[in-house]
Design a protein around this ligand. Sequence first.
Ligand code: LM2
Ligand code: CA
Length: 437
Amino acid sequence: MFEWNWNSIKAECVAFLGPAGYGYVQTSPPNAHIVGKQWWTAYQPTSYDLVSNRGTREEFIDMVNTCKTAGVQVIADAVVNHMSGASAGTSTLGTNFTHYDYPGTYSANDFHYCGLTPDNNIADYTNRDQVQKCQLVGLADLATDTDYVQGRLADYLKDLLSTGVTGLRIDAAKHIASSDITNILSRVGPVPYITQEVIYGDNEPIQPSEYVANGAVQEFRYTNTLKWAFTEGGIDTLQDFGNRGWLDSKSANVFVANHDTERDSSLNYKSAMNTYYLATIFSLAHPYGANPTVLSSYFFEARDDGAPNNWQGACQGISGDKGWLCQHRWPGISGLVGFRNTVGDSEITNWQTGTHQQIAFGRGNLGFVAINNESAQWSAEFTTSLPDGSYCNVNGGAPRDGCMGSPITISGGKFTANITPRTALAVHVGAMAPAGL
Ligand code: LM2
Ligand code: CA
């Protein structure tokens, strides 16, 4: 829930996320940061007090407790590689800092001054030491290999866990040696879920696989490949991700877009021909990536545009309101959350294709999806492993919002359908059509 404030996440856990079956909600960074309305101010920490554009410590704790009661665990975005990029300024807490001095938290000897580039900034991503010990876009790089910094970061993460948080996103993990993260986490104790941001780059020495010992790792090759497949390569290339040299499915955290890629490189809500929506349905239906993430974000024109409506997230019915997009409520997305919860880790069954942009597959004998990423209708008979019966098409958000559209009747494992251009269809045994429909 990118940039949603704590009060609005709290309300959304109760109103929608819990009932829809979302297991976790990931928040923007909760700690103090440089002042400003741009979204990326959140990625310039000034201390570990939980006072940010998105709310106070009390509001954060209240949100975590309410979400957990609604069945939704909380993942906090932990910015631990660096502090700010400003030469001096004021924090959201109202305190003053300079680039290498954050009174009460860090002072000058807690930073890397890599000495490998003229300005101490990263210039060459093929050089491991530069990537991990020089500054990312001028952000003061913490000496994460020192006892004091490791202890201070561990204290912050322990404090987050004490609020009831059970998941952490480790921001900029590629810029911290995996062994430093291991050391920090060893001081924290068990964390139920960790996802680490390690952006794969061709010809770079630092590999996502180096980080799996610490927890899940974000698989950006998946994000790039989905864009390619849905816009040019063909989605019939997406049956198997097991033989590409990527992260193992159980370690891979996958997504169609995150808050960075939606601005820079991936599919996003502006993508033509419904490809973003269909790719998200695919990511929830396909078993690769033990923990898929759905981004919920807001309309933007310029890259820096901050959150609308004073960070107060808002949805109207099943769609966004006041500039928020509310992707998590889109019927095909929330319907596929129920699908994924029902099919669990079942294998792919009954893979079939039409054109290169038309695929259908089952998940064991529990669910079946068909995706028509083509500008022509797909009329076909589909073979499934599902029990005979009348199913809701959960691409309409069913059953939470009722069984939208016509039910799909499976007989002898088969059904026929006319799938309109650029739409999908999904059924599972947890969403049978009500009798009489
Ligand atoms: C991340 N992962 O590694 C975040 O997902 C990403 O959103 C963060 O970048 C980045 N790491 C640092 O945490 C964003 C944003 C940048 C922005 C930084 C810091 O993408 O554009 O940089 O946060 O706020 C901004 C300016 C940049 C400037 C820098 C330092 O855009 O031009 O560099 O602040 O003042 C001189
Ligand atoms: Ca670093």
